[in-house]
Design a protein. Sequence first.
Length: 425
Amino acid sequence: MATEIKVPALGESVSEATVAKWFKKVGEAINADEPLVELETDKVTVEVPAPASGTIQEIVAAEGAEVSVGALLGVIAEGAVAAAPAAKKEAPKAEAPKAEPAKAAAPAPAPAAAPAAAAGGKANLDYPLAPAVRKLVEENNLDAAAIPATGKDGRLTKEDVLNFLSGGKKAAPAAAAAAPAGVVWTEGRDAGEREEKVKMTRLRRRIAERLKEAQNTAAMLTTFNEVDMTNIMALRNQYKDVFEKKHGVKLGFMSFFAKACVQALQEIPAVNGEISGDSIIYKNHYDIGVAVGTPQGLVVPVVRDCDTMNFAEIEKKIGEFGKRARDGKLTMEEMSGGTFTISNGGVYGSLLSTPILNTPQSGILGMHKTQMRPMVMPDGSIQARPMMYLALSYDHRIIDGKEAVTFLVRVKECIEDPARLLFDV
């Protein structure tokens, strides 16, 4: 009896995905609920478990294929299938070249690279790299186009990258072709090193669509201010050790900014609203999206009901989201429904920027690098103070300039005097 493997429901408003990676090959055994195939949507990466135990009889949707919800991915058969013995018989042929190094006096690593080069041609980068392959390539700063590929249709596999790394040096480029008229290659480089064409991942395409949508639909403006981080840094230094000991998580600045934004949103409700047709929806809940950078692109998981959470709960949730985002384990629900977003470009060294709206939200706060600057104090003295620029991008269709400035000033006041967060003043 055969069991079909189909694309599961992918979440609200998501109907298509890209097959990123198969964890099993035809003929291999699989247990029920064991991860079988990885799908990449425009928001998250989803692992599809095996619906039954058995043997992979057929893979219908290969890696790189575009599939819809309910589409057939493959078939699982009970017990073994004919493809399994065939795969075992071919194994000695693949290992045959390993006997050649015994005749040659060349060092061991050099012959190891030769079979890899002979077994596969140049990688076909029209197909997106599987997450595990992409991670290996990026971590080792490799040129994917230069790695011999053995996967179907020229796809690069994890084994290809590992074999390439074990070779100890970059594979020699193919015979150089004549340069097109008017093009002069740089000495020591071939055409493939001067530029490469890589198909955008589904996530990257979705990010591009949403950012362009924000520019096209919102009357977006940005207002700026700066905040003195002296008091909040002193408070953090005073309590960070006991905080971590008690709660098991480090005390960062994001929880302070999340709490400050909630207080400002409660006073300026338009910043927490959104436009729906010719109406304005005012949100009475405070779900703060926190922008997280990953190798696949920017994602924004949502910390829900921030107004009811304490500092430790917010820090734990943000830390959990950050780890799971880098591992590609966030769910659709965790990245939906935010009412306001905070983006911290300061972790990358950004001194000043204009964040772009995360539609349909009407406001986003941009944090930046804390830098010592000379400041004129109320008594006329000049002191070096740790200063951070803040930027609020907002939709002018729903938020007036006065409201935007008032919101940002309120955040500034809460950060410069953290006691306001405790006493709600």
